[in-house]
Each structure stands twice: as structure tokens, then as C-alpha cells.
Ligand binder design. Structure first.
Ligand code: HGY
Ligand code: MN
Ligand code: MN
Length: 420
């Protein structure tokens, strides 16, 4: 066996090629189960097949590429993964990097003549972003048993389409049981999507924890009226109510200087006319905090403020929780392996908390899991300016290779579990 060497150039070519699928007038948007997602899935499946992997599609549309041998078949696999769906007007690295690095790692080990004691697999989970269908990380949540399959297939998207119908339509309503995926260990390589690694001059992030996430959709119901004739004191203005909440969230989080972050990313007024007082305002609130108790406190404060605004603006209010995930601690043994692999390659490494949600947080429910981050230029992500230098992409993939080779070639212990 020759030492495995990862083909970083081919990995980058594939990242760039996948990044061209779903572009309209130069804007990349590849929402889950869309035609663009189908095209990207088809391209990924072709690459998995070219690499000689067995391709399995499960009932929630997760795509698995598996390399097993007669000697190791049946043992719990070492799994790498992420996602290939994107947000709106996206960059090319979020998710795709982790999937294509996982494929490159398997190719490197196969081409080196390695005989791993465990199967290796790479998975692209369905609907990680949650932009079209909520909650986010849906495919990995179902695989981890966190949401019944039928409930997930029944989710209706922002465009009124049902996820199950869309998976059928694009040809990715697979037959495999999503719950069959029980890794010996799960590793996810991902761009940091924040400013920490770049600011501190670190090449690798060993992600020990991931913050809690809380998504809500809020509707204020007021009364449409004439913008010119209606005295201010007589208005039941749903738009003004929403504006108060947005300002309150921003001011509260800035003033507290705590770790909670709040975002109102979607808002719509009805009837949405320049000279009509909005009768209805529909908006989303994304709250996150690494501390479970503080996240709950902020959720309670938000609910109280929504009720207070409804009273004082004399509008109705309804709130729907779209996603709610507790903070997650990853496997300490795996995190240590990531730090050891970075040190062996003399790559400056830093322990981190993930601000973003990832499929790894769901896989951590059923297997030892951990994440490897690489720097994002200017800390930018969910933006076409998202960029990570090729040397950083290659370094992250090399660390992934080293950790996976150590896990897959270690003598399997009895309970088939990894890490420390
Ligand atoms: O929302 C997130 O953190 C992830 O991008 N789905
Ligand atoms: Mn992602
Ligand atoms: Mn993302």
C-alpha cells in the first residue's frame, strides 16, 4: 500500500463544477428538491459511480456512496458527509466542500491500495439549508430518528410544494431506510462561515460544540386601511408591529453583548401596496446560542414581547416554531484526533464552537461525530463572495483523510464505536 494522497485539484474542479449547477444570470440558488438540486444530485451520483462506490438513495433522498469490501462488509462504516443544497444567491463551498472532500478521501484510500477494516461512506443529506422546507438539517434529522419519515415527507415548502412529492418528481425518493445509517463515526468537513480562524491565523478548526438553534414564523394580523386618511392613533398596522420586533431583537442582542444572535431573514407584507397600511406581516426569527438555558430565556423574552406588541398595536399574533435544536457537544475522542492530525501536519489548529447548524449535529445523536473547519475569507458565507483558499481546502481535506484512515484502519473494537 502506498501512502494515500488526496487529489485536491480534482476536488476543487468538482467544487467549481457543482457550483455552476443552479445558476441563473450568474446567481447560484439550488434549493432542496428543485430541478437545480436534481441536476447537482445527478452529477454527484455520476462521480460516486465513477469512483466505484455503491450508491444508495434513502426514502428522504439522502445520497450515500459506500466503499465496502468482502472483508469489512457488515461492520459499522466510517461516514463523511454534508449537503449540496444551497441558500439563495449562495457561494460554492457551503456543504459541497464536505461532500466532495469525503469522496476525494475515499478515492485516495482506494487508489492507495488500503484495505480498511471498516466500510467508508460519503453522504449528501437532503435539505440541510431549510430555506424551502423547514426545519433545516431535515435529511440528517430523519436519518438520526429525530423526525418521523412520513412527517418529513409531508412538509410543505415556502412555495406550497410537498417535500415527498418533490423528491418523487426529481427522482430521489429512494427505497433505503434512512435509519439504517449507523456510523462507527461521522466526520464533517466544512467551511467555518465565520471570522474566527482567519482572524487568529489558524488553518484548522476542531469543532467541539455547536450552538442551539430556534426558528419561528410570526404573523401579525392588523387591518388594511388608507395610508393618507387614517389617523396614526386609529391604525392597526401589522407592518409597524413587525418593525418594532426587528428593532427590539437587534437592540437587545447588541446591548446584552452575550452570545445570543438573532436574525429576521424573511418578511412579507400584505397587501404590500405603497398606500395601504399592512393588514398582515409574516416574518421569521432565527435565534441561536451555545448555552441551552440562555437560548430558552431569549425565546421566552421574545414570546413575551410579541404578545406585548400585539396588545399595544392592537393586532393579532400567531407564532409557529419551525425548528428547535439544543446545543450539541461532539465526541471528545474524535475532536482530539482532529487536533492530533492537524498537529502532525504542523497546521495551526483551534478548538471551536460552530455558529452554523450542520448535519453533524444530527449524526451526533446516533454516532460519535465531530467537525473540521477551514477558514472563510472575511468570515463571509451564505453570500456569493464566500471563498476559501485552495491551500486551506487541501489542508482540511488532508486532515479529514488522516482522521478517517486512522478510524477505518484501526482494529475495530467490540461495540463498533469510535472516538474516546
Ligand atoms: O442555518 C444554518 O446554520 C445552516 O446553514 N443550515
Ligand atoms: Mn452548510
Ligand atoms: Mn448553509
Amino acid at each position: 500500500m502506498t501512502p494515500p494522497s488526496l487529489d485536491a485539484a480534482r476536488m476543487l474542479e468538482r467544487i467549481v463544477a457543482l457550483g455552476e449547477i443552479g445558476r441563473t444570470d450568474g446567481v447560484l440558488t439550488r434549493l432542496a428538491a428543485s430541478d437545480a438540486d436534481r441536476a447537482a444530485r445527478d452529477r454527484l451520483v455520476a462521480w460516486l459511480r465513477e469512483a466505484g462506490l455503491d450508491v444508495v438513495i434513502d426514502r428522504i433522498g439522502n445520497i450515500l456512496g459506500v466503499w465496502s469490501t468482502p472483508e469489512n462488509a457488515g461492520r459499522a462504516p466510517v461516514v463523511m458527509g454534508s449537503h449540496i443544497d444551497t441558500v439563495i444567491d449562495a457561494g460554492i463551498y457551503d456543504g459541497c466542500y464536505g461532500v466532495l472532500a469525503g469522496l476525494a478521501v475515499i478515492e485516495a484510500l482506494k487508489e492507495s491500495g488500503a484495505t480498511p477494516l471498516r466500510p467508508l461512506a460519503v453522504v449528501a443529506f437532503t435539505n440541510e439549508e431549510g430555506v424551502r422546507f423547514a426545519p433545516d438539517m431535515l435529511g440528517s434529522l430523519v436519518a438520526a430518528g429525530g423526525m418521523p419519515l412520513e412527517a418529513a415527507l409531508a412538509v410543505v415548502g415556502t412555495d406550497g410544494a410537498r417535500l415527498g412529492d418533490e423528491l418523487q418528481r426529481i427522482g430521489y425518493a429512494g427505497a433505503a431506510d434512512p435509519g439504517a445509517l449507523r456510523p462507527h463515526a461521522y466526520l464533517e468537513l466544512h467551511i467555518e462561515q465565520g471570522p474566527v480562524l482567519e482572524r487568529e491565523g489558524a488553518s484548522i478548526g476542531a469543532v467541539g460544540r455547536l450552538q442551539g438553534i430556534s426558528w419561528r414564523r410570526v404573523v401579525f394580523q392588523g387591518v388594511a386601511n388608507h395610508a393618507g386618511t387614517t389617523p396614526m392613533a386609529m391604525r392597526r398596522d401589522a407592518g409597524a408591529a413587525a418593525a418594532r420586533v426587528i428593532a427590539w431583537l437587534r437592540d437587545r442582542m447588541r446591548a446584552s453583548n452575550a452570545s445570543t444572535v438573532a436574525t429576521v431573514g424573511v418578511i412579507a407584507f400584505e397587501p404590500n401596496a405603497i398606500n395601504v397600511i399592512p393588514s398582515r406581516a409574516t416574518f421569521t426569527v432565527d435565534l441561536r446560542d451555545p448555552d441551552a438555558a440562555r437560548l430558552r430565556r431569549e425565546e421566552d423574552a421574545l414570546e413575551e414581547f410579541l404578545a406585548e406588541v400585539a396588545r399595544s398595536e392592537d393586532v393579532g399574533v400567531s407564532v409557529e416554531v419551525l425548528a428547535r435544536f439544543e446545543p450539541v457537544a461532539f465526541d471528545p475522542g474524535l475532536v482530539a484526533m482532529i487536533e492530533e492530525a492537524a498537529a502532525a501536519r504542523r497546521l495551526p489548529c483551534r478548538r471551536m464552537v460552530s455558529g452554523a447548524g450542520h448535519d453533524a449535529q444530527m449524526m451526533a445523536r446516533v454516532a460519535p461525530a465531530a467537525m473540521i473547519f477551514v477558514p472563510s475569507r472575511d468570515g463571509v458565507s451564505h453570500n456569493p463572495a464566500e471563498f476559501t483558499a485552495q491551500a486551506d481546502l487541501a489542508a482540511g481535506a488532508a486532515v479529514l483523510l488522516d482522521v478517517v484512515a486512522r478510524l477505518a484502519c484501526a482494529t475495530p473494537d467490540d461495540d463498533g464505536r469510535a472516538g474516546g
